[in-house]
Design a protein around this ligand. Structure first.
Ligand code: AMP
Ligand code: MG
Length: 453
């Protein structure tokens, strides 16, 4: 049986980034850039003021206070019309172009007697023709030079750049209304099983509501793909074939269920090429992990296809280990894998050597770093202990169990978990070490659940 790493290697060897498409800046956030961006301009386009104040000649202001004649007011969005000469200045707003002759800006707070009321006989006039300056600025003070951010011809963004809000803003600041980015994969989701019914429909005896379709649609969306709900296929070859036809136009096909060794597990037969009417190929079947052993990977109708197990936790865990990195590579991302932290186990974990265990854990922050504790029963059908989990702790394949206090590697499942509970920069302070769950191990927690998980 392939190890987790071997299976992941096989999966990733079969995927390349999708072609590029042009999208508007509104759609560019989070996408992977598929072009070089070279600046067509200097940004800012001219020397401009970093303050509301007065553009001055620094050499005029050796002594304080000095009164200067005000030539004009330059608003942001306007251009100066007068060059400064000795003893003159111009009122200037933040972002407005510097006038010729000026080499510094004095902020309004360092000036007085500008716009003061002046009485002349019976008339009171507001004068703005002179200003008293109470500062001696160094040359270039409060002046943002032309090209300070970006120079014309400069390589600003390279292919592969993940478009953060700042990167989208920079494209926008250079005047580009759109960008070439890697396409998002369309992912078909087909649940299978005569017992499986989508929520909202009535249940007959022996039937259960599906969890997998909606877990997968959420996971696909979180991974950046476009999920397509392709319904539930029955456990018969003809019905399965018809349902698979609905999936064929997607970039990737995901099925759930029917990949174990049961009498009605026809999805595995499709992958194995036993159904002559479906063009399919199997790359591998089964991985030495728990949960998630009966994964099938190959192609159906020429599309990469994952036959995920039906058990709800196995299905999600397999998606996270294999499909998520696959989709991220398709989207042109370089960092394919979930973030991993090292954490100290609060309670022991039992297991037999043979398969790597991916244990659902709650993470916490203790006095010496991260801690983790099992969220309870680790049965592959118990979605509740995955709902409670912040991460998956890896207990290696060859391990025969680990005592409390062992430092283990934990994949962080939800970036939500990294967000703070306290305002500002106090993010970790309210975390506490999680308590060990005194759960009775479900059948198979330390042994083998057979082929179904
Ligand atoms: P299978 O892999 O088809 O043998 O299914 C394994 C287990 O997963 C069985 O108990 C199924 O009822 C269950 N199962 C299969 N598909 C789903 C689904 N979409 N949602 C929830 N449970 C499922
Ligand atoms: Mg089934």
């Amino acid at each position: 049986m392939l190890t987790l790493e071997e299976a992941l290697g096989r999966v990733l060897a079969k995927v390349e980034a999708l072609p590029a498409e042009r999208v508007s800046l509104e759609q560019a956030y989070g996408r992977v850039l598929a072009q070089e961006v070279v600046s067509p301009r200097d940004n800012p386009p001219w020397d401009n003021s970093a303050m509301d104040g007065f553009a001055v000649r620094s050499e005029d202001l050796a002594s304080q206070p000095t009164t200067l004649a005000v030539l004009e007011t330059i608003p942001a969005g306007g251009m100066p019309t007068k060059a400064l000469t000795e003893g003159t200045c111009s009122r200037i707003m933040t972002g407005a172009p510097m006038p010729d002759g000026a080499d510094a800006v004095v902020m309004i707070e360092d000036t007085s007697a500008w716009g003061a009321a002046r009485r002349s006989g019976d008339e009171v006039a507001i004068t703005s023709d002179t200003v008293e300056i109470r500062a001696s600025p160094a040359p270039r003070q409060h002046v943002r030079p032309r090209g300070d951010d970006v120079r014309e011809g400069q390589l600003v963004l390279k292919p592969g750049h993940v478009m953060t809000p700042a990167a989208v803003g920079q494209l926008s600041s250079l005047g580009f209304p759109s960008a070439m980015v890697v396409q998002r994969p369309v992912v078909a989701v087909l649940s299978t099983g005569d017992e499986v019914v989508e929520a909202g429909w009535p249940l007959a005896d022996g039937q259960i509501y599906s969890s997998n379709t909606h877990s997968l649609l959420g996971l696909i969306r979180e991974a950046g793909g476009i999920g397509v709900h392709c319904g539930v296929a029955p456990d018969d070859p003809a019905g399965l074939r018809a349902a698979l036809k609905r999936c064929m136009r997607a970039d990737v096909i995901l099925t759930t269920g029917g990949v174990s060794v049961g009498d009605f597990d026809f999805v595995k037969d499709v992958f194995s090429g036993d159904d002559a009417e479906v063009d399919a190929e199997l790359d591998f079947w089964k991985v030495a992990i728990k949960p998630g052993k009966p994964l099938a990977f190959g192609s159906i109708g020429g599309r990469p296809a994952f036959g995920l197990p039906g058990n709800p936790v196995s299905c999600v865990v397999n998606f996270l280990q294999f499909v998520r990195p696959f989709l991220r590579k398709m989207m042109g991302l370089e960092r394919l894998f979930l973030p991993v932290v090292e954490a100290e186990l609060v309670s022991p974990l039992r297991k037999k050597p043979g398969r790597a265990h991916l244990v659902r854990v709650r993470l916490g922050l203790g006095s010496s770093g991260f801690t983790c504790a099992s969220t309870g029963t680790q049965s592959s059908g118990v979605l509740g202990s995955l709902v409670e989990a912040d991460g998956l702790a890896l207990i290696p394949r060859e391990s025969g169990g680990v005592p409390a206090g062992t430092r283990v590697r934990v994949q962080v499942l939800h970036l939500e978990w990294l967000h703070g509970l306290t305002p500002g920069f106090g993010w970790g302070e309210t975390w506490t070490a999680p308590q060990a769950v005194a759960a009775t191990p479900a059948a198979g927690d330390e042994g083998d659940e057979g082929d179904c998980c």
